[in-house]
Design a protein around this ligand. Structure first.
Ligand code: GUN
Length: 279
């Protein structure tokens, strides 16, 4: 039976550290959260982030805009927040409504306030191993591996999903920790043959029960990044948890695994931004 990696407890520890460091600053760190439209999942995420900010002594400034907001109006808000000295970090909740150009909005955020680590400047810094900010979800996973003394060096790591937010930066951070990484996606052939080789398997696909026990090596570490709903509307990940936990050595539950760590690492990035802004 696998050890359950307790993301909630680890996240509390990270947030305690952030709160202690934030208290040493001359002014409270500030996060501007921009939410366009009324996507229910995004509203839940944004509420969670605001609660985390309150726990960490970080000011949050909420900007809720209607779904019909134009690209020009959203760009104008981003520019205003770029210039606002009370704002250390800017988070534009994704996905944006379809008529808006996400890439252009992300590019408009000044890199020193890009606490998501989505801006090409910060992605580039991360890839060459000189990060300013770390991408929150992949950095949260790396922190979990460290805290549970799970070695990455020399290990076979398989990442499922090639998104810019999770899959690609996850593969990069595992590589920088000396893992041997295979990045799989929807066009990958003979997927199960590859996943069965994984010492560390990270799934970010977004499909309930996608990772079945026959895809997992005995003793593997299984990290589930997804947040799906099952047929009963319950929150679940990609991993067929019951059967897979019989084979894995360590596994992250959903909820209570990677999700809280993503949010905690965002708090750490806001602290970093505030420390940089305050010299
Ligand atoms: N939507 C889903 N996850 C995220 C995230 O980490 N940051 C932002 N900005 N939007 C998201």
């Amino acid at each position: 039976m696998a050890t359950h990696i307790d993301g909630k407890a680890l996240a509390a520890k990270v947030k305690d550290q952030v709160r202690a460091e934030a208290a040493k600053l001359s002014r409270r760190p500030g996060l501007a959260v921009v939410l366009v439209g009324d996507d229910p999942a995004s509203q839940v995420y944004v509420r969670g982030k605001e609660k985390d900010c309150a726990e960490c002594g970080i000011e949050s400034f909420e900007h809720r805009l209607p779904a019909e907001t134009t690209q020009e109006d959203l760009l104008a808000l981003v520019r205003e927040l770029n210039a606002d000295s009370a704002v250390d970090g800017i988070l534009v909740q994704l996905p944006l409504p379809a008529h808006l150009d996400e890439e252009q909005i992300i590019d408009a955020i000044v890199p020193d306030k890009d606490v998501d680590c989505f801006h090409p400047f910060n992605v580039g810094r991360m890839v060459i191993g000189e990060p300013v900010f770390l991408p929150c979800t992949p950095a949260g996973v790396m922190e979990m591996l460290r805290e549970y003394d799970i070695p990455v060096r020399g290990k076979r790591c398989v990442v499922l999903g090639r998104s810019n937010i999770v899959g690609k930066p996850m593969a990069m951070l595992l590589t920088q920790s000396d893992g041997t990484v295979t990045l799989c996606h929807s066009r990958t052939e003979r997927l199960a043959e590859i996943t069965r080789e994984a010492d560390i398997l990270v799934s970010a696909v977004g499909r309930t029960r996608f990772v079945t026990a026959d895809m997992v090596k005995d003793g593997a570490v299984v990290i589930d990044v997804a947040m799906n709903r099952d047929e009963n509307g319950r929150l679940c990940g990609d991993v067929d948890f019951g059967p897979v936990e019989q084979k894995a050595s360590c596994i992250t539950p959903v909820p209570g695994g990677v999700g809280p760590m993503t949010r905690a690492l965002l708090m750490r990035n806001i602290l970093t931004a505030a420390q940089n802004h305050q010299g």
